[in-house]
Design a protein around this ligand. Structure first.
Ligand code: SF4
Length: 306
């Protein structure tokens, strides 16, 4: 099957050749575990059952998870020849389903699929089976660079969408993530997510059961781009949209290649964006302390799995 799952529309048969994301048609996961550092309605008290998929369709130069998204942890980043790929982290659909159920048994408030976009086609049958067995919601935790028509097929299978909304400026998106038309695709994808899940719903402990939380990482030197995104969310999706305004940028991977982004975000820059967030009258959202900009809050992808 030719892969056109995401906006790159590579059109490659992933059993034979790799596209931009460098993922074959087999699932590869780098880590699955209870995770306590997501937003409070996601992590709750017992943790979110995160499944980190290897590879990614974006190439963010400041990616904090670059070991799994771009380096591939000993998988296939060095070659496009499927026959010589390492199979270290491949899991079958049956094993992936079992992992989701194990996470629920461990007490997870939800099953949180991190970076799932490039496995959208392969995940559909797994999610259909998982939905019939799981009691907890399924969270789609993505980078936002997705096709609305791909997401439409997830309707009823995913209860919570947790997308990034990274850039308003096309120039910035190309420079930071090599993603043409990022805002056009991400805004249309998030609009589709909102259509599917409607207003957020929480249980009596404040854990999200259904809904949308948009994450935005404020970048050093680009507070104005953040403000344009907040204004779009407010005007197009409404002030009831839940936004997680993140301050945790720190220069890792190839961030030094980006002019002015080889430093942490200043408190003033973050406060500037946060002020607009408050002035616009959003009814729900999450902010971070500047101390969250630390390697300490990034999972250690040691490849040992669950
Ligand atoms: S999921 Fe991967 S192979 Fe498929 S279109 Fe996107 S980047 Fe290309």
């Amino acid at each position: 099957m030719e892969c056109r799952a995401c906006p790159f529309e590579c059109g490659v048969d992933r059993s034979q050749k790799l596209g931009v994301c460098r993922a074959s048609e087999q699932f590869e996961i780098s880590l699955a575990r209870l995770h306590l550092w997501e937003e409070p309605p996601i992590s709750g008290t017992r943790g979110s059952g995160t499944v980190f998929f290897s590879h990614c369709n974006l190439r963010c130069r400041f990616c904090q998870n670059y070991e799994i998204s771009q380096v591939g942890l000993g998988t296939r980043s060095v070659t496009s020849d499927v026959s010589v790929m390492s199979r270290v982290h491949e899991v079958t659909p049956e094993r992936l389903l079992a992992i989701m159920l194990e996470l629920e048994q461990q007490g997870a408030h939800n099953v949180n699929l991190v970076s799932p976009t490039h496995y959208s086609d392969q995940l559909l049958p797994v999610l259909e089976r998982a939905r019939a067995k799981l009691q907890v919601p399924i969270v789609w935790n993505s980078n936002g660079y997705e096709k609305a028509e791909t997401l439409a097929r997830l309707e009823g299978l995913v209860q919570v969408y947790l997308p990034d909304l990274k850039y308003h400026s096309d120039e910035l998106a190309r420079a930071c993530s090599s993603a043409p038309d990022y805002f056009r695709f991400a805004s249309s994808a998030i609009t589709e997510m909102k259509r599917q899940v409607g207003r957020n719903r929480y249980d009596e402990h404040g854990i999200i059961e259904k809904g949308l939380i948009i994450r935005h990482l404020v970048l050093p030197g680009h507070a104005d781009d953040s403000k344009r995104l907040l204004t779009w969310i407010h005007d197009d999706l409404g002030p009831r949209t839940s936004v997680s305004l993140m301050a945790q940028y720190y220069p890792v991977h190839r961030a030094a290649d980006l002019p002015g982004m080889d430093r942490r975000l200043s408190v003033e820059e973050y406060d500037d964006v946060r002020r607009l967030f408050e002035e616009l009258g959003f009814e729900e959202g999450f902010a971070q302390e500047p101390s969250s900009a630390s390697r300490e809050y990034t999972p250690d992808f040691n490849g040992r799995g669950v």
